[in-house]
Design a protein around this ligand. Structure first.
Ligand code: HEC
Ligand code: HEC
Length: 380
């Protein structure tokens, strides 16, 4: 009899406990989602910081999810985004050329030829301003600008064209939840998510920096004695100091992004007073002291992103190196880091030095990035 009531007591106590548990106000489990339409929440994507790169900060307003990135990838490759359904972002930004328009000085779109060379797209999570003249302060603003100007997305039909495709209706809902409407902002948000995942950090140069490979003698001379050396500190010794790192390396020398997040006039053109053939940053800010100044472009993957400069004036890396050695032009806003502008260039590089500098530049090619199938056209 005693055991029986004891058992009853235990049973009742256990029951009370379960009840109490369920009534706890701070219960943190999310409610079970029974709405088949509301697949929102998304699978979070975490980007991995490559060796000696700065920390990754996802821009405000962007919630990086697998669904968002996948949608962005489809939109990037889909000509449905242009008002004439002929051009996609990938018409001018092609993976095998590190998302530049390899081979073309200018690119073609609905309106004809672009005014400037299509830049390579990668490592943008570490970039602060976009376009050659820096006119977009965030990647999402950039994507909106590209949709509007390159694809004539201003045409309201474009959203309507997406809305009638059940696959996109489903994918937008999956990426952004309810309501499942498609808006221009969601398109640029998804494109931004995809572009943030374009990370290039697996070149031979990276392997050497990680002690997993070594430079040839030529590459080593090209990097350590030329690219990375300041000639002013070496009294212009022959074979030392091509001085590229001041602009084509990160502002903190410890990082390997090779992005300085800055703007310079690298002495490509003469000026008439403060007027340049293309006023660049000055045309945006209205400050004539910034005329002729442009964003430092990528040096990573440089082997495949030609023709070079914002107007694609140089076809080969040989021409680029000749320019820095003996082709500089004097102008009103030249960068103080172009120390030899007044004498027309370094004049210190021998043919062997030039070849070695180029041998180094070619170690920056990241074949894994150029062939990564997860970044390729999903419709093929
Ligand atoms: C017709 C060719 C063309 C198309 C199509 C195109 N772009 Fe571009 N893109 C360019 C050119 C040219 C520039 C440089 C313009 C400038 O700086 O004035 C550029 C610049 C950019 C930049 C800035 C990169 C940097 O380092 O500053 C990004 C990002 C970009 N485009 C993404 C896109 C996206 C996303 C799309 C599709 C919505 C797209 N582009 C469509 C030609 C194109
Ligand atoms: C004062 C800063 C500065 C220095 C120093 C400098 N560059 Fe540049 N470089 C730039 C800028 C800015 C551009 C883009 C200019 C433009 O198109 O208007 C550029 C463009 C380039 C390009 C073309 C990139 C492309 O995608 O079009 C290459 C290649 C290049 N530089 C290599 C070098 C090498 C090699 C050195 C050393 C010999 C060097 N640079 C020194 C600022 C600099």
């Amino acid at each position: 009899m005693r055991t029986k009531s004891f058992l009853l007591f235990v049973f009742a106590a256990a029951f009370m406990l379960v009840l109490l548990q369920n009534c706890r106000p701070d219960k943190t489990e999310p409610p079970v989602n029974t709405d088949p339409d509301s697949l929102y929440a998304g699978t979070p994507v975490t980007l991995t910081k490559p060796f000696k790169f700065p920390a990754i900060e996802i821009p405000t307003g962007i919630n990086l999810t697998k669904e968002g990135v996948q949608l962005g990838r489809m939109l990037f490759y889909d000509p449905v985004l242009s008002s004439d359904s002929m051009f996609s972002c990938s018409s001018c930004h092609k993976q095998q050329f590190a998302f530049s328009d390899g081979g073309n000085a200018f690119s073609t779109n609905i309106f004809g030829l672009t005014k400037r060379n299509s830049p390579a797209l990668f490592n943008m999570v570490w970039m602060k301003k976009f376009f050659w003249d820096g006119r977009a302060a965030t990647l999402q603003l950039q994507a909106e600008d590209a949709m509007q100007h390159e694809l004539n997305f201003i045409d309201p039909n474009v959203v309507a064209k997406l809305q009638i495709k059940p696959q996109y209706v489903y994918l937008f809902k999956k990426a952004f939840g309810r309501p499942g409407d498609i808006t221009k902002e969601k398109v640029s948000n998804a494109l931004t998510q995809f572009m943030l995942t374009l990370i290039s950090s697996e070149s031979k140069f990276d392997s050497v920096m990680r002690n997993q490979a070594s430079f040839t003698a030529e590459e080593s001379h090209g990097f350590y004695d030329l690219f990375k050396q300041d000639p002013a500190l070496n009294q212009q010794q022959p074979g030392v100091g091509a001085d590229c790192f001041h602009c084509h390396a990160s502002s903190s020398g410890d990082y390997l992004t090779m992005i300085d997040n800055s703007f310079h006039n690298n002495s490509l053109d003469t000026s008439n007073g403060f007027q340049f053939p293309d006023n660049g940053q000055g045309a945006i800010t209205g400050n004539q002291l910034q005329n002729g100044i442009f964003k430092t472009p990528h040096i990573r993957n440089i082997e495949v992103t030609g023709p070079y400069m914002r107007d694609g004036r140089f076809t080969t890396l040989e021409q680029v190196v000749d320019f820095y050695n003996e082709g500089l032009k004097v102008s009103a806003t030249h960068d103080p880091l172009m120390k030899f502008e007044s004498q027309g260039g370094l004049h210190s590089l021998s043919p062997q030095d030039k070849a070695d500098l180029i041998a180094f530049l070619k170690t920056l090619t990241d074949y894994r990035f150029l062939t990564d199938t997860s970044l390729a056209n999903p419709f093929h």
